[in-house]
Design a protein around this ligand. Sequence first.
Ligand code: ADE
Length: 213
Amino acid sequence: MQFDIITIFPKILDSYFSESILKRAQLASLIKIKIHNLRDFTSDKHHTVDDTPYGGGPGMVLIIEPLYKCLKSIRRRKKSKVILLDPAGNQFTQKKAASFSKLDQLIFICGRYEGVDSRIDKYIDEEVSIGPYVLSGGELGAAVIVEVVSRLLPGVLGSAESLQYETFSGKKSDIVEYPQYTRPKDFKGQKVPKVLLSGNHKEINEWRKSKSK
Ligand code: ADE
């Protein structure tokens, strides 16, 4: 699956995507992440990406032309969607992630400042919010969606781990959660439960079930 992200802050995303699971998934060619710097699609000397809104009002608005040029430069795969990250968009959920994971490509436009020129609507498929709060821009939203969708793709996680969250709907009860411990066996008088050190897997499973929330 390919993710294309249009942003004016490519460095924020570069560092996030070059660690851990997403790094491994890229190295294994399970996903491809392309970050597009919106400033590369401007035509003036100052690489202007925003301007004051017609009609007045506070803040700056992202100009449509660089966005249009950038979108046009991206090769579209067969099943592809353009998403505008926006706090007023449709709520991103695990269910939505599952439907996105069936696509070949997701193209994200990271909104910034007070908004994006409304004429962008013609070029997007959906506005998506990652939660009921306001961020300074869509970059973190794009990172969240890339990570949640990638985790659903075959091979990105180990099979046991991937099955665990298949039915997650946002409720705690969808996760089999029991207390976990690792070294040391005694931390300032707090001891690891004996059963976990017993090597008796039947008893360990029963104990975990009894402790599951
Ligand atoms: N941009 C600003 N706030 C956002 C949010 N909550 N979700 C997605 N994009 C955003």
